[in-house]
Design a protein around this ligand. Structure first.
Ligand SMILES: NC(=O)C1=CN([C@@H]2O[C@H](COP(=O)(O)OP(=O)(O)OC[C@H]3O[C@@H](n4cnc5c(N)ncnc54)[C@H](O)[C@@H]3O)[C@@H](O)[C@H]2O)C=CC1
Ligand SMILES: CC(=O)N[C@@H]1[C@@H](OP(=O)(O)OP(=O)(O)OC[C@H]2O[C@@H](n3ccc(=O)[nH]c3=O)[C@H](O)[C@@H]2O)O[C@H](C(=O)O)[C@@H](O)[C@@H]1O
Length: 435
C-alpha cells in the first residue's frame, strides 16, 4: 500500500481518491477550492453521481481518505484538475495542470511518481508538465517517474467503470510506466495497456471521444436525411445496426458534456490535420439550428411564441450542464439573430418592426444550478406553444401527456431523444416531431 496525494476533487478526482482509499491506500485529497474542501470535510459530497456519497463516506470514515487544503508529500501524486476549453481559440487551457505541477515541486522527492489523469492535448505530459516538475532539479524518468493515465469513466456509472474499464498508461520512459501500472493494478479489474510514451496515451484517449463524436454526427445527418424521406431515423439506424460490423449511435439535439464536444479540438491543437473530425463537430453543433428550423416550420413562425425546453443537463439522468445542448438551444432561440426584422420589411421601410424573439422556459429535475432560471414542469409548460425534450431523463419518459396537454397552449412536442410514447401523446392530441 502507498501514500497518495490526489490533486483536484471533482467528477474524476473524488471517486478516484475514494477508490484508492477503499482499496487500502493512505490518500490525501487536495483541492484549491475552499468550498469543495469545506463541504467534503463536513461529509457533504458535492458531486451528483450514483453511489458516490456512500463510497466517499466509507473512505473518509475508515480514515484512509483525508480532505485537505494543502499539498502533502506522497509516493504518488495524481493530477485530476480541469482542462477548460476556450471556445474562441478552440484550445485547451493548461494553466491548472501547470499550477498543479508547481504545487508538487516543493514536495517532490526522489522515487516519487507523478501521474496526469486530466484530458490533455498530445504532448502535454512531456512538453508542459515535465519542465514544470523538473524545476525541482529532479529529472523525470530518472529521479522521479512521470506518466499519463487518462480517465475513461462514463458519468452516471463512474464507480463501476473505474474498476472495469481497461486503462491506458504511458510514461516518459519504461520505469515511469511501470511505476504507474503498479499503482492502478491495486483496483483495476480490466487490462492495463501500456504505450510507448505519454503522448501516445494522450492521443488514444482523445481519439476514443473523437470517434464517438463523429459517429453521432453521422447519426445526426442520417436523422436529417430521414426527415426529408419521411422515414423514422431510429428504426432505420436500429435495422442498419443488425449488420455485424455496423454500430451507428443515436441522433439527438447535439453533443454536450465537456468531453465529446471538446476533445476533437484538443486532438488538433498541435496539428493542422483536422478535417472530417472538424466537420463532424460542426454537424453536431448545428443541431440546435436544425431544431429551430423544425419549430419555425411547425409553428408557422416563432414570433411571440413560447417554447418550453425540458432538459438543461448535458445528457439523461445527470445534473451536469457543461456544454448543454438544451442551454445552447435556449441561447440561440433568444439570440439577436432571432430578432431580425421581418423579411418582407427588411429593405428598411419606415414601418419595419423587429420580430419578437420567442419566450423560452426551462425545466430540469436533475439540475440545481441557482444561476439558471429553472421552473417546475407545470410552470415551464404553462401556455407554451411547443415543448422540446432535450435530455432523456427518466422523469420525462414518464410524463403524463394528459396533464401536459391541459397546461400548455399548443400541441407540438419535439422529442429530440425519441423517449416519448408517440401513440400515447398522439392520442392526447399532440403532434410529435422526432429527430
Ligand atoms: N467528468 C468526466 O466525465 C471526465 C473528465 N475527464 C477529465 O478529467 C479532468 C478533471 O475533470 P472533472 O473532474 O470533470 O473536473 P471538475 O471541474 O469536476 O473538478 C476539478 C477540481 O479540481 C480543482 N482544482 C483546480 N485547480 C486545482 C489545482 N491546481 N490543484 C488542486 N485542485 C485543483 C477544482 O477546484 C475542482 O474541484 C479534466 O481534464 C476532464 O477533461 C476525463 C474523463 C471523464
Ligand atoms: C468514448 C466514450 O464513451 N466517452 C465517454 C464520454 O462521456 P460523456 O458522458 O461525455 O459521453 P456520452 O454519454 O457519449 O454523452 C456525450 C453527449 O453525446 C450525446 N449522445 C451520446 C450518445 C449517442 O448515441 N448520441 C448522442 O447524442 C449525449 O446525449 C451527450 O450530450 O466522455 C468521457 C470523458 O472523456 O470525459 C469518457 O470518460 C466517457 O467514457
Amino acid at each position: 500500500m502507498s501514500t497518495l496525494c490526489i490533486h483536484g476533487l471533482g467528477y474524476i478526482g473524488l471517486p478516484t481518491a475514494a477508490m484508492f482509499a477503499n482499496y487500502g491506500h493512505d490518500v490525501v485529497g487536495y483541492d484549491t477550492s475552499e468550498e469543495v474542501v469545506s463541504r467534503l470535510s463536513q461529509g457533504d459530497v458535492h458531486i451528483d453521481e450514483p453511489g458516490l456519497r456512500a463510497f466517499v463516506t466509507q473512505a473518509i470514515e475508515s480514515d484512509k481518505l483525508t480532505i485537505s487544503n494543502e499539498v502533502v508529500s506522497a509516493k504518488y501524486h495524481i493530477i485530476c484538475v480541469p482542462t477548460p476549453f476556450d471556445r474562441e481559440s478552440k484550445e485547451a487551457g493548461l494553466e491548472y495542470v501547470e499550477s498543479a505541477g508547481e504545487a508538487i515541486v516543493p514536495h517532490l522527492r526522489p522515487g516519487d511518481t507523478v501521474i496526469l489523469e486530466s484530458t490533455v492535448p498530445p504532448g502535454t505530459t512531456a512538453d508542459v508538465l515535465r519542465p514544470v516538475l523538473e524545476e525541482s532539479t529532479l529529472e523525470a524518468g530518472k529521479d522521479f517517474a512521470l506518466a499519463h493515465c487518462p480517465e475513461t469513466v462514463l458519468p452516471g456509472d463512474i464507480i463501476t467503470e473505474l474498476k472495469q474499464n481497461a486503462r491506458i498508461i504511458g510514461g516518459v520512459n519504461g520505469v515511469s510506466t511501470e511505476a504507474a501500472v503498479r499503482l492502478y493494478e491495486s483496483f483495476v479489474e480490466a487490462e492495463i495497456h501500456t504505450t510507448a510514451d505519454a503522448t501516445t496515451a494522450e492521443f488514444v484517449k482523445l481519439i476514443q471521444n473523437t470517434f464517438r463524436d463523429a459517429n453521432i454526427a453521422i447519426a445526426n445527418e442520417i436523422a436529417k436525411l430521414s426527415h426529408d424521406y419521411e422515414i423514422d431515423s431510429r428504426e432505420a439506424i436500429s435495422l442498419a445496426n443488425e449488420h455485424p460490423r455496423v454500430n451507428i449511435h443515436h441522433p439527438g439535439p447535439g453533443v454536450g458534456g465537456h468531453c465529446l464536444p471538446v476533445d476533437p479540438w484538443f486532438l488538433g491543437q498541435n496539428s493542422e490535420k483536422l478535417d472530417l473530425i472538424k466537420h463532424a463537430r460542426e454537424v453536431n453543433d448545428g443541431m440546435s439550428s436544425y431544431i429551430i428550423d423544425i419549430l419555425d416550420e411547425e409553428l408557422d413562425g416563432l414570433e411571440d411564441s413560447t417554447i418550453a425546453i425540458l432538459g438543461v443537463a448535458y445528457k439523461g439522468n445527470v445534473g451536469d450542464t457543461r456544454e448543454s445542448p438544451g442551454l445552447k438551444l435556449a441561447r440561440e432561440l433568444q439570440s439577436p439573430a432571432m430578432q431580425e426584422e421581418e423579411p418582407a420589411l427588411a429593405d428598411g421601410g419606415p414601418q419595419a418592426d423587429p420580430v419578437k424573439a420567442p419566450t423560452v422556459t426551462l425545466h430540469d429535475p436533475h439540475v440545481t444550478d441557482q444561476t439558471l432560471q429553472l421552473s417546475p414542469l407545470e410552470e415551464a409548460v404553462d401556455d407554451a406553444d411547443a415543448i422540446v425534450v432535450t435530455t432523456d431523463h427518466d422523469e420525462f419518459e414518464e410524463m403524463d401527456p394528459h396533464s401536459v396537454g391541459r397546461w400548455m397552449d399548443g400541441d407540438l412536442i419535439v422529442d429530440t431523444k425519441a423517449i416519448l410514447d408517440e401513440h400515447d401523446w398522439n392520442t392526447e392530441g399532440f403532434r410529435v416531431s422526432r429527430i
